[in-house]
Design a protein around this ligand. Sequence first.
Ligand code: ATP
Ligand code: MG
Length: 413
Amino acid sequence: MLYSQLFTKTKKQAPKDEQTVNAKLLCRAGFVNKTMAGVYSYLPLGLLVLRKIEQIIRQEMNAIGGQEVFLPALQPAENWQITGGWDEIEVLFKIKSRTERDYALGQSHEEIITPLVQSYVNSYKDLPLYIYQIQQKYRDELRAKSGILRGREFGMKDMYSFDLNQSDFDCFYAKAKQAYLKIYQRCGLTAKVTEASGGDFSEKISYEFMVLTDAGEDDILYCDQCEYCINVDIAKNKAGDNCSKCQKGKLKKARASEVGNVFDLGQKYTKAFDFYVVNEKGIKVYPIMGCYGIGTTRLMGVIVEKYFDDKGIIWPLSVAPFQACLINLGGQAAYQKAKEFYQALTKAGIEVLWDDRQESAGVKFADADLIGIPIRLVLSDKTQGQVEWKKRNEEKTELLSIEQAMQKLKPEI
Ligand code: ATP
Ligand code: MG
């Protein structure tokens, strides 16, 4: 992509009402734009990052047998009345049509997926099924704060599992947990897993995936020796207590952001929609459901909260909008050289942003640092046909031949 054609521009100042690092940097660098409190537009750079995150999630969901769908955000009120959500869920946005019909905006999709799957499942042999989507969700959150960490419209991957019995469910639940950890790791994050009771589905166990960050809204206690972790809201323990799991470590308190969770839904929804199958023994069974959410836009914000410095964002390569930022400085010779280099990189399948603007070195370097592309490549009269290679997170520079630089950059697969 040519920087000169990018319609967004970096800004010196973040919107005044933005408090958090993710909002300030993402707005200033032109990844997102605030439309109103809790609602953001995703701009070309932001969409590139979001699509990378989604693709990592998609690959890992497919790897455990997930089938992707795309469900409606505009939903009939009747489905929500069947489960009681219409009256019980405070964050549900309700819409009245001019025809007096009521609709809901999807805050989650159990009410849609359950009757949908029911309409295709004729026999116990059709199960298990694992269906997911990546879509916008709408929630009437009282306080939309923390930039893209908590929105009223936000991106989510939601998967729903349908199993015939508890042991099949438990088996998939464990697999999904592992897939989640892999997703966060591929995004450059370490997630801690808290065990919690499932809120609405109180007797069931749910797991929350927490990334330590002061921008988060949750307080957790975690063991400094083992993987034990628990949400303070439900914990009987306090900081400094001995770990009840490994008996060796001490519990530490930290602020965290919930980047995903998995719930055992039991038969709540299958019973509500009277979705049952007759099993091989001739017994009527209501499938056991699980739901598995990951906040895709929140994940993007949390990555920024973990990877930044005083100059801007430092994207991990796996989710960076581009692998490299090419900068030409000085006269026509460097411009021509950069043009050829840019064409060769693009042809080789390397994602590169070429800052081809007629701007000073200071402006180009500052923008490259703010946007946070992992590798900076500079061609100038000084580099004499060679290219200066610098990583965003390191100070040192290296002078390489064009061929050497090409070899070090890997094409996106
Ligand atoms: P939270 O406790 O943060 O409100 P939740 O328990 O309501 O989250 P779910 O309804 O299960 O979470 O949603 C799944 C995931 O979607 C969450 O783990 C989180 O990553 C993300 N998420 C939830 N609410 C929001 C929001 N308002 N804005 C952005 N992401 C959200
Ligand atoms: Mg919530």
